[in-house]
Design a protein. Structure first.
Length: 128
């Protein structure tokens, strides 16, 4: 889960055979203490249905499912989706995150947080 700037609020790595939609509530519950009570959540189409109802009921957040514009073909940036994809691009520049090297999901999560910390530090104190 990222904020509107693409900075990671909370990361949750799960096995590849588990659909993203199933782990959505887990990520949201982990991120909830770090997010405003009246938050607006943009989510991928994988999270439609019960997830949207659950988030609105449990946390009171507004949930908007981002989908492709009607009538578009080929690659078209989706509203707000590009923020998450840009974050994946930033993280992909780190060797340990460019491929799935880790044996345990917790190790992958730790490397994600370490990489994001490095990104934030570079923004605070750019090289001169």
């Amino acid at each position: 889960m990222v904020d509107t700037l693409g900075l990671i609020i909370r990361a949750l790595v799960h096995p590849a055979d588990e659909p993203d939609g199933e782990s959505g509530p887990d990520v949201v519950e982990l991120a909830a203490p770090h997010v405003a009570a009246d938050a607006h959540l943009w989510a991928d189409a994988a999270y439609r249905g019960e997830f949207v109802e659950w988030v609105e009921w449990k946390l009171g957040w507004a949930v908007e499912i981002v989908t492709r514009a009607v009538g578009t073909t080929g690659f078209t940036p989706q509203p707000r989706r590009w923020v998450v994809e840009r974050t994946f691009g930033w993280l992909g520049r780190y060797r340990r995150l460019s491929k799935d090297y880790e044996e345990y999901p917790e190790s992958s999560e730790a490397w994600i947080y370490l990489a994001m910390s490095h990104i934030l530090l570079r923004r605070l104190a750019p090289a001169t």
